[in-house]
Design a protein around this ligand. Structure first.
Ligand code: 9G3
Length: 572
């Protein structure tokens, strides 16, 4: 018989002030996690049970998709990171250490190098491919600012999988199998999620999706369409361009105007009494080793990931004040496309074409130019989709309008191509005996982050509300007064019967006041609570659903069947 008095569940009434979000507060208050250091947590017994249920769901779906589990080391020799070029590419986020022989190692933040060097050494024929290998393991990333409890840690649990194929079509198939497995995993876990198109980022490759758990505290913005299934993260979302019909004919000639100390869009619109969409913002960027002038409409925002992808660049940053001054002769705030006498690219977002009678910086301190018309008063190198998508924009893939939501990334699936097989020499002999590079995909799930996301999406003012599929236990059995023999005996009888029926029961045998036990039960958040009171004399107990608060009076001999039926309905 499992008794709550013997399990370490140190519940709290109050939490430290640095716990800002619901899931962080509840992890601490419900005794699920304890911080050892910033971004480093102990998973307490209740949390471990949830993690194991999430992992079981992951294993079942990964195995069903044909992946096979292995376990790679966390300690990774620097050599393989030097071969991939990532030893230098990553900064302090990569946790490094020297072993006793003073050889450099990394604590693994991910395992592309490890798995690729393994498969390079163990597989060299097309007959042995495709392969999909995965592990569920602790990862280390020295985040500059760990926060939000288990959502952004420096040590966390990840399921990471890697697929190896002989052809692009093979990769597409492996990728789709993982995409479908992730959809099943997050559905079974009970998360409200969306798969959103994402940018491949530094890891390269094409076609990558993030699985986002929708929640207000999410750091990522998702743009999705009110109609159809288009969804993308802000970095990636495409903006469709529809030229605005009306082009006024007689726009006066461009004219320089004195705008003393008017630098920002707000100051300019106020000073000139115009709307932000009549201003053309000029931004000077350093893209790898060259300067670029980028133009966007005053009411839009530049998406620097789109800029980076246009140049397939490694680094993209705003130019410094002195770089701006050397290029334009003026400080930031007065930059414009007219009179730039250097041969640099001038890129403009598509919507700049609609600014027929616009205002730009004059490249002279305290001066702007009005009545400016792109194409008449200045030329651009190219018009591109360079701005961030906004709410209300058209769905780029069909009908409907774009709406924003916030989310936490709980999964990420990538098409890697040959980035790592090339760097590490993972080749295979094809059916003609020719050596080819393996084609890879990689697929991650943040397991400990998923636990936090489930709490974030399933809680109320009294505590956590666990979905049945991942709840630490299914039923809480609570005698109102353990000193009353009958209540204790009935509670133990019910606990045994439910356990015999294969359910997981937490029996609160503590000699606490009922109110305290009920508060703890609501905090811990098991799906059902059975209260044994003096009603037991009439052969009745109360069954209460944590999610809805609905209660039922049930005859003791009917409890097991009733509870089994109820558990199939509580998350519907
Ligand atoms: C690093 C450090 C941090 C990192 C990486 C490398 C993120 C890194 C991206 C991935 C890609 C996929 C396999 C599972 C799914 C995600 N942060 N990424 O490569 F050295 Cl310090 O991890 N990896």
């Amino acid at each position: 018989m499992l008794k709550q008095s013997q399990i370490l569940i140190p519940t709290l009434r109050e939490v430290p002030s640095d716990a800002e979000i619901a899931s962080h507060k509840l992890l601490l208050r419900a005794g699920l996690a304890r911080q050892l250091a910033s971004g480093v947590y102990t998973y307490m017994p209740l949390a471990l049970r949830v993690l194991q249920k999430i992992q079981t769901i992951i294993r079942e779906e990964m195995n069903r998709a044909g992946a096979q589990e292995l376990m790679m080391p966390a300690l990774q020799p620097a050599e393989i990171w030097q071969q991939s070029g990532r030893w230098e590419a990553y900064g302090p986020e990569l946790m490094r250490m020297n072993d006793r022989h003073n050889r450099p190692f990394a604590l693994g933040p991910t395992h592309e190098e490890v798995i690729t060097s393994l498969i390079r050494d163990e597989v060299n024929s097309y007959k042995k491919l495709p392969l999909n290998l995965y592990q569920i393991q602790t990862k280390f990333r020295d985040e500059v600012r760990p926060r939000f409890g288990l959502i952004r840690c420096r040590e966390f649990i990840m399921k990471d999988a890697y697929s190896f194929d002989t052809t692009q079509e093979g990769l597409d198939k492996s990728f789709q199998a993982m995409f479908d497995a992730y959809t099943r995993i997050f559905t079974r876990v009970g998360l409200n999620f969306r798969a959103v198109e994402a940018d491949a980022g530094s890891i390269g490759g094409t076609g990558t999706y993030e699985f986002m758990a929708l929640c207000e505290i999410g750091e990522d913005t998702i743009a999705y369409s009110t109609e159809g299934d288009y969804a993308a993260n802000l970095e990636k979302a495409e903006v469709v361009y529809k030229p605005s019909g009306s082009k006024p004919e007689n726009v006066p000639a461009a004219e320089k105007i004195h705008t003393p100390a008017v630098r920002t869009i707000e100051q300019l619109t106020a000073h000139l009494g115009i709307a932000a969409n009549q201003i053309i913002k000029s931004l000077v960027y350093r893209v790898d080793d060259k300067l670029v002038l980028v133009l966007v409409r005053g009411d839009h925002e530049l998406n620097d990931v789109k800029l980076k992808n246009y140049y397939d660049a490694v680094n993209v940053d705003l130019a410094s004040e002195e770089e701006i001054r050397s290029l334009t002769g003026a400080p930031a705030g007065f930059v414009g496309p007219i009179g730039i006498n250097k041969e640099i690219d001038i890129l403009a977002d598509n919507y700049v074409q609609d600014v027929y009678d616009g205002v730009v910086g004059a490249n002279e301190v305290d001066y702007h130019i009005q009545h400016v018309q792109p194409g008449r008063d200045f030329q651009v190198t190219a018009y591109l989709d360079l701005r961030n998508i906004m709410e209300g924009d058209d769905n780029p893939r069909g009908t409907g309008k774009i709406v924003f939501a916030r989310g936490v990334e709980v999964g990420h699936v990538f098409k890697l191509g040959t980035k790592y097989s090339k760097a590490l020499g993972a080749n295979f002999l094809d059916e003609n005996g020719r050596s080819q590079m393996m084609i890879m995909g990689c697929y991650g799930i943040g397991v400990s982050r998923t636990l936090a996301a489930v709490i974030e999406q399933n809680n109320d003012e009294n505590g956590i509300i666990w979905p049945v599929s991942v709840a630490p236990y299914h039923v809480h059995v609570i005698p109102v007064n353990v000193k009353v023999d009958e209540q204790r005996n009935i509670s133990e009888k019910i606990t045994d019967a439910l356990t015999q029926a294969g359910l997981e029961v937490l029996y609160d045998d503590r000699p606490e006041r009922a109110g305290v036990k009920f508060k703890d039960a609501d905090l811990i958040g098991l799906p059902l609570r059975i209260t044994v009171s003096d009603k037991a004399q009439e052969g009745l107990v109360e069954v209460r659903v944590r999610r809805t608060g609905e209660t039922h009076e049930v005859a003791i001999e009917k409890v097991t069947q009733f509870v089994q039926d109820l558990l199939t309905r509580v998350d519907a």
